[in-house]
Design a protein around this ligand. Structure first.
Ligand code: AAT
Length: 278
């Protein structure tokens, strides 16, 4: 919903978020969702899907670095990586920074997200312009994961909220299929919403994933344009413990949020978040 000079999002029936607009650059109805590109004063250009902020130029680094580098620095040899969703290209841009990543496959259901991100968010979509390590599939991530077994070292679930096309990406059966699609020492990471706004979802998803993978952990990052500003990621691993990584061996990379010290620190959770995982 945009009224007057502000973009306003109804984050929950009790919570609205507004930001001042310079210009609405593009709107369309894709076969999957309502898509908008809005230039905002505070956050620069913003991708909005179904009236929810997906990413913005000014704060995208937090989400994209944190969904990718924790898993990729935990796996000793992440050769083949899958990103489900993530059509803006931010997560795959981070993935290809790793020398050991030989191939990064993006499986995005909505080709229009990819095309409009290349047009309006080229800084985020930089790896989508013919990068040699990148393969792009326009397909349903649930189906792709079900059809591939033992294929990937790391799978990142960079999905929209659990409504519409992304509903299946939060289901226990999907996590079982992710387990099968991973190699015997594979790692998955998923964006799992806000501990303030989506507490029940976090508890349920964590329990489901913990029932499937031997190692399951949750970590947090501060993302100002998402509901409540505090965001969670759930990481699950067959062999390597993300908290046990010797962070002194992590090579220096071009990041703005992630650091090796932070990699350790993010697993120290506030008490109310620990309580969601019991
Ligand atoms: N990189 C941050 C942006 C996103 S967008 C998530 C993407 O997931 C969208 O482009 C959407 O089209 C895609 N998607 C949804 N369902 C599927 C599916 N079944 N298969 C493949 N792709 C899918 C994430 C924002 C996170 C949180 C926002 N509050």
């Amino acid at each position: 919903m945009s009224s007057g000079f502000f973009y306003t999002e109804e984050q929950t029936p009790n919570l609205r978020y507004s930001c001042k607009i310079n210009k609405t650059l593009h709107t369309e109805t894709t076969p999957f969702q309502e898509l908008a590109m809005i230039d905002t004063v505070q956050w620069g250009r913003m991708l909005v899907l179904d009236n929810m902020v997906m990413t913005t130029i000014k704060d995208e680094f937090v989400y994209h670095e944190m969904i990718s580098h924790v898993a990729l620095n935990t796996h000793p040899n992440p050769k083949k990586v899958m990103i489900i969703g993530g059509g803006d290209g931010g997560a795959i841009r981070e993935a290809v920074k790793h020398d050991k990543v030989e191939k990064a496959v993006l499986c995005e259901i909505d080709g229009r997200v990819i095309e409009t991100s290349k047009e309006y968010l080229p800084e985020i979509a930089s790896a989508l312009f013919g990068h040699p390590k990148v393969e792009i599939l326009v397909a349903d991530g649930v189906k792709h994961i079900e059809e591939n077994e033992g294929e990937y070292d790391v799978i990142m679930v960079d999905s929209t909220e659990p409504v519409g096309p992304a509903e299946g990406l939060f289901a226990a059966d999907f996590y079982k299929a992710v387990y099968r699609a991973l190699k015997p020492d594979g790692i998955m990471v998923a964006q799992t919403e806000s501990p303030f706004v989506n507490a029940e979802l976090i508890s349920r998803v964590y329990k489901d994933i913990k029932g499937i993978f031997p190692i399951t952990k949750l970590y947090l990052a501060s993302i100002p344009t998402y509901p409540s500003g505090l965001w969670s990621f759930t990481i699950a691993s067959k062999v390597y413990d993300p908290e046990a990584v010797d962070v002194s061996t992590i090579p220096e990379r071009d990041t703005k949020y992630y650091t090796p010290a932070l990699h350790k620190a993010v697993f120290s959770l506030p008490k109310f978040v620990q309580d969601l995982l019991k």
